[in-house]
Design a binder for this molecule. Structure first.
Ligand code: SAM
Length: 236
């Protein structure tokens, strides 16, 4: 039997502190070390759940460097829990490189089911959920135009993240990339006090966020873009 430890990926709340599982709390208490994207954010969560454990930082700036050290600790038998600031580690957050490294070395990995922003945003959009594509964040500069062109051709439901200061620009780019008639749904502040879902065409949603306070975190969902829908747009 392997003497190696295990890497646990622990989802943490994306807003509402109650959105954490009992098992997640137990593992955070029992593991040998917690690795956190930002220890200041995680300390807040640990305090709330009275979890006292060793905490060390593991963020995107030191992920490559820290990899070897973490893998050797796992090989030495330590059980390590990785958390990000919010949601599931590895989803637009550090984690992928470490998981890949563990898989290559035969170290066991377990990701607990739990909070993530993309799934509630997708489900509440009202668009088909049987087949969808998750795109993370659109490129900020290089490749951005091509990204929108590719998305315009995508027939499945599309889910992606966007930062608040690029939301309006993104809605405009959906319009300019020929997706002005594609229905969209923007989920804001999921699980928080001011959670809202705004649905409509990109122009309608743009109007809403131009006239309302533009604050918080956002997930954008684009409706399925079937050939029939594209054809009827072309005929209009
Ligand atoms: N690992 C996280 C997850 O599992 O969803 C994602 C982390 S990514 C760095 C942060 C992005 O997730 C935000 O910019 C936003 O697009 C989305 N997000 C996170 N929390 C959210 C919330 N409460 N409401 C809406 N979007 C959220």
């Amino acid at each position: 039997m392997s003497e190696y430890g295990k890497l646990y990926l622990i989802p943490t709340p994306i807003g509402n502190l109650e959105d954490i599982t009992l098992r997640a709390i137990r593992i955070l208490k029992e593991c040998d070390l917690i690795l956190a994207e930002d220890t200041r954010v995680t300390v807040h969560l640990l305090k709330h759940y009275e979890i006292e454990n060793k905490l060390s930082s593991f963020h995107s700036f030191n992920e490559h460097k820290a990899l070897e050290r973490v893998i050797s600790e796992l090989e030495g038998g330590k059980n390590i829990a990785l958390v990000s600031d919010a949601g599931t580690p590895g989803i637009s957050d550090p984690g992928f490189l470490l998981v890949r490294g563990c898989v290559q070395k035969g170290i066991a990995v377990e990701c607990l089911p739990g909070a993530t922003a993309l799934i509630p945003a997708l489900v509440m959009s009202g668009f088909p959920t049987d087949s969808f594509v998750f795109e993370g964040f659109p490129p900020v500069k290089k490749g951005r135009k091509t990204w929108f062109e590719q998305i315009a051709k995508e027939e499945r439901t599309v889910v992606f993240y966007e930062s608040p200061h690029r939301l309006l620009k993104t809605l405009e780019e959906l319009i300019s990339s020929g997706q002005e008639k594609r229905n969209i749904s923007v989920a804001r502040e999921l699980s928080k006090k001011f959670e809202e879902i705004v649905r409509g065409t990109p122009a309608e949603v743009l109007h809403h966020f131009n006239t309302n306070i533009l604050k918080g975190e956002f997930v954008i969902v684009l409706d399925r873009n079937t050939p029939e829908k594209k054809r009827s747009r072309d005929e209009d």
